[in-house]
Ligand binder design. Structure first.
Ligand code: IPM
Ligand code: MG
Length: 353
């Protein structure tokens, strides 16, 4: 059942700062709309290892029982680099995604007119760039068998990329439905010239395509897709891909947009949605009031839209962010001098609400 509860997991590094910014924005939205949200806080990642001995502790998993959405900052940092790999901070994030069953990770990428100069691409390549990467999030090599051992006297390791047709089908349906609501073009990114798992993706996605005759389906090998994203980013609308390729391509996409500090994400497909920025915990800039909070603020907008159906409130936040950027306000990732701090740019967003 839907309730008004949100589990907030700040995590590590810049996590607490970006989440605090998003919560200030949520507070303003509450004041304006009269909608009350009940926040529950929990630990994940390194901070959870320190407090509970596990990156996704029992205490946090319990709290999922009773919420409609999870808002997450970021996990990881050098402090936990030499820890047992089975309990690295990142494993906590993966366990959370798996526990929720959020198989469809949406990572939209669009260009803000005011930020054209921040993109390493020439302006003419940026016209009409507006696409979404739909990344499979709870399967594949991230969750396959893995092992490290000695074979023939040599240190050896493997990680297994494995998908069954059910896992591919459900995300394919999600992607086709998304494409139907956009410009009806879907690109499946894979490595079907080499990998059996990719061949299965092509087969299953091709079958689902029969139910969506209006959607133009294209296939691209991932190496070519990485090139086309730079060469002709406006040719994409919906990109469907597996967990690992989606991870890699979404970081590439963030540079087209100008900064990874701008890209939000929503992880959907289950009762509870998970919302987090695409970027990581950036421990090198944590605690200095310089991190860009906009990706997390935009993730909050996605939370209001997808978990609570609050389309208007989501758009208000997105428009407020647009306005702040159009007015020339910048964070440090976007301007080497004359930039605002994390709290200050958050205030500008709030002023526009
Ligand atoms: C992301 C991140 C995570 C991932 C890491 C932190 C495990 O890079 O959300 O893109 O690889 O999924
Ligand atoms: Mg990533």
């Amino acid at each position: 059942m839907k309730n008004n509860k949100i589990l907030v997991l700040k995590g590590d590094g810049v996590g607490p700062e970006i989440i605090d910014s998003a919560l200030e924005v949520l507070n303003k939205i509450s004041q304006k709309s009269g909608k009350i949200f009940h926040l529950i806080f929990g630990d994940i990642g390194g901070v959870a290892i320190d407090k509970h001995g596990h990156p996704f502790p029992e205490e946090t998993e319990q709290k999922l029982q009773d919420v409609s959405a999870v808002l997450l900052g970021a996990v990881g940092g050098p402090k936990w680099d030499n820890i047992d790999p089975a309990i690295r901070p990142e494993k906590g994030l993966l366990a959370l995604r798996k526990a929720l069953g959020v198989y469809a990770n949406l990572r939209p990428c669009r260009i803000y007119p005011g930020l054209i100069d921040n993109s390493p691409l020439k302006p003419e390549y940026l016209k009409n760039v507006d696409f979404v990467i739909i990344r499979e999030l709870v399967g594949g090599i991230y969750f396959g068998k893995r092992d490290t051992f000695i074979a023939n006297g040599l240190r050896t390791a493997f990680d297994e990329e494995r998908y069954d047709e059910m896992e591919i089908k459900r995300i394919a349906v999600y992607a086709f439905e998304t494409a139907m609501g956009r410009s009806k073009k879907l690109t499946l990114v894979d490595k079907a010239n080499v990998l059996d798992s990719s061949k299965l993706w092509r087969e299953v996605v091709g079958e689902i395509a029969e139910d969506y005759p209006e959607v133009k389906l294209e296939y691209l090998y991932v190496d070519n897709a990485a090139m086309q994203l730079i060469r002709q980013p406006s040719s994409f609308d919906v990109i469907l891909t597996n967990n690992i390729f989606g991870d890699i391509l979404s970081d590439e996409a963030s540079q087209i947009a100008g900064s990874i500090g701008l890209l939000p994400s929503a992880s959907l497909g289950a009762n509870i949605g998970l919302y987090e920025p695409v970027h990581g915990s950036a421990p090198d800039i944590a605690g200095q009031n310089i991190v860009n909070p906009l990706a997390t603020i935009l993730s909050l907008a996605m939370l209001l839209r997808y978990s609570f159906g609050l389309q208007n409130e989501a758009e208000q936040i997105e428009q407020a962010v647009d306005k702040v950027l159009a007015d020339g306000y910048r964070t440090k990732d976007l301007a080497s001098d004359d930039f605002l701090g994390t709290f200050e740019i958050t205030d500008e967003v709030i002023k526009n609400l």
